[in-house]
Design a protein around this ligand. Structure first.
Ligand code: IYR
Length: 229
């Protein structure tokens, strides 16, 4: 028999802020986050492991379906592994840009200046490959492994990914969300088990001195928010 873990509530720890402090903190955070840019040109300067670890710890604080925390973060610093990832990603990207992508998609990407070349996968000192863990594996009383389904795994790892991007940015690091498609090569290069599906890749580092970014802007608040009446 598999006894369900009991519900054991404990008092909430909640810091009630003064209104002026609420506005100050949020305003400062908004300003910092609005200054974030996706960076595609990296210097090879190394990033301290402690910053990467701390940022991943922030991601691990994200809420998740049934608190099952369906994520695995794989930190890649080895130049040889980065190279293999770059080569495999560029092969997929060539197929995407030259054959698979519909004209409408290519047109949508034009303002970003992206193409099949992914030098940032090698130049950035660190790649964090995020995996969505679709089910856990437990060994039952009879010694056989059985699967623990993870609910809302995609939503959960998406929330954790957002925490991670914000944490790396607040730490003064440059990042990029890379979406090779299909991404199965990441699981095989990194030797991940069948229950883990590659979700996204984040190169992390410092911008190259001559880094440029596309001239694009976010929608104004009035376009993305309305109050229901
Ligand atoms: N995976 C490709 C294409 C790409 C798709 C979207 I949507 C982007 O926002 C950016 C790129 C690539 O990485 O170039």
């Amino acid at each position: 028999m598999n006894a369900e873990p009991a519900y054991r509530p404990v008092p909430l720890v909640f810091e009630r802020l003064e209104p002026i402090e609420q506005r100050a903190r949020l305003g400062a955070f908004r300003e910092r986050m609005q200054a974030r840019r996706t960076v595609r040109h990296y210097s090879t300067e190394l990033v301290p492991d402690a910053l990467i670890d701390e940022a991943i710890a922030v991601a691990g604080a994200a809420p998740s379906g049934a608190n099952l925390q369906p994520w695995q973060f794989v930190v890649v610093r080895d130049p040889e592994i980065k190279r293999r990832i770059r080569l495999a990603a560029e092969e997929e990207e060539r197929a995407f840009y030259e054959q698979r992508a519909p004209a409408e998609w290519i047109a949508a990407l034009a303002p970003l200046g992206t193409d099949a070349q992914k030098p940032f996968l090698e130049a950035a000192p660190c790649l964090i490959v995020v995996f969505r863990v679709d089910y856990g594996i437990r060994i039952g009383e009879n010694g056989d492994p059985h699967h623990i389904k993870h609910y809302y795994a995609g939503e959960s790892v998406g929330i954790a990914y957002g925490f991670l991007l914000a944490a790396l940015h607040i730490a003064g690091l440059a990042t990029l969300t890379h979406t090779p498609s299909p991404m199965a090569f990441l699981a095989s290069i990194l030797g991940r088990p069948k229950n883990e599906k590659p979700f996204l890749v984040i190169p992390v580092g410092f911008p190259a001195p001559d880094a440029v970014v596309p001239s694009i802007a976010k929608k104004p608040l009035d376009e993305i928010r309305l109050y229901a009446v």
